[in-house]
Design a protein around this ligand. Sequence first.
Ligand code: HBI
Ligand code: FE
Length: 296
Amino acid sequence: METLNLNSVEKHGCADPQAVAPSADWTIDQNWEAYTQEEHGVWKTLYERQSKLLPGRVCDQYLDCMKQMPITADEIPDFRRVNDLLMQHTGWQIVAVPGLVPDDVFFTHIANRRFPAGQFIRSKDKLDYLQEPDVFHDVFGHAPMLMNPAIADFMQAYGQGGLKALERGILPFISRLYWYTIEFGLVQQKDGIRIYGAGISSSFTESQYCLQDDSPNRIGFDLERVMRTDYRIDDLQKSYFVINELDDLFELAQIDFDPIYARIIDQSTYTPDQILPGDRVLHAGTQRYHRQKAAR
Ligand code: HBI
Ligand code: FE
């Protein structure tokens, strides 16, 4: 494991990491002591709202892992404490970044079992709209799933695959795979379909909409189908893909994508709302939900 750069606060010694340009790998010091009561308060609001909502909606592995983690309502988690546990379980760690980082930086971290987590938290008047992944999305949504060995292996394979795809200029295929699994994936449990994607588990609206609303499609996961399916980053999903169990991701992590890329590279992409003849349709959505146009 290559060592990370000395985090930038130590180098520059200033109090507020926001004021400091990120280091070459875009990591900054979380500077946990600098969070204000108001910021911890936003975390508490988000945490309590989601924690009430998720039981019965999120997969068992998420709940089991979250129970073990030093992540509570009272305060924004200290990455050092989260990492003590994460490293032991799957060799993953979360590293603080100021926000979205360039794809190559992102993939390099992921390929080395480092998850770039937003150091900032959204403001209390923007609880439900987020331009960039903040500490709540990344630590409440992603961190518990990184304790799961299948997700941990799949994520690292995604990072390695992402770097290769970047070099070859075919990023969309693997971004879609990530989007419809790690961010917005659903999994079939004996007691029903459950959430495992962090983009859903950290979202108040989408945690309800994805399972209860008749608008979106819910389709059995198929790798090539997903790699060809576009998505919207700024709206509720029009389709969700359901894997049979999280361990299916172990298999996905082993697959050599090259022959698949060769097969689909010249084929058309599917729109997010489409249902195809070969789909294993669990629910054919009405697609009646459309994002309300922003009030003029
Ligand atoms: N940066 N911090 C952060 N978090 C992400 O999820 C992220 C990113 N940069 C690039 C990126 N995601 C995506 O473009 C890739 O998954 C394709
Ligand atoms: Fe995310």
